[in-house]
Write a new protein. Sequence first.
Length: 155
Amino acid sequence: MQTTNLIGSFTLGMLLTAIPVLSAKASEAVPNLYQLQCKNISITYSTTSFGGKPLFTYKDKQQILNFQGTDEIRSVETEIGTLVTVTIRKTVDTGNTVFTLILPRINLGKSNSAPVEIKGITTTNLFSVIPKFNQGQRQTYTTIHLTGTAEAVAF
């Protein structure tokens, strides 16, 4: 009988010890929707959707592009944050252009929303069908400063 009480007391002690850890983790709300803009560009990115796929909308002065799924929206965790990349221009013979968000780690705490400042990078990948023109720097970058909100929403 004492063994049963000892095991029960040990189990209860372990549960009570774990409660603060569990409640601390539960208060870490991670955003799944980002709405961002600067002077000429607006971005909406959700890590998931009602269909279960990530969605990304890129809008500038000339175009509105919609992307969905992990084939079109590439995401990589790095030390500087999550890099989320979409291809905004493709060509057959001169390269392509991609746009990347650098999403910092964000803890919304008990809030569902927080203001954010995020960097966006447009990368032009140069290519030529003439091999001798494929020398030197093959990528150029333009960075922009985006502001907006990061939110945790139910899908």
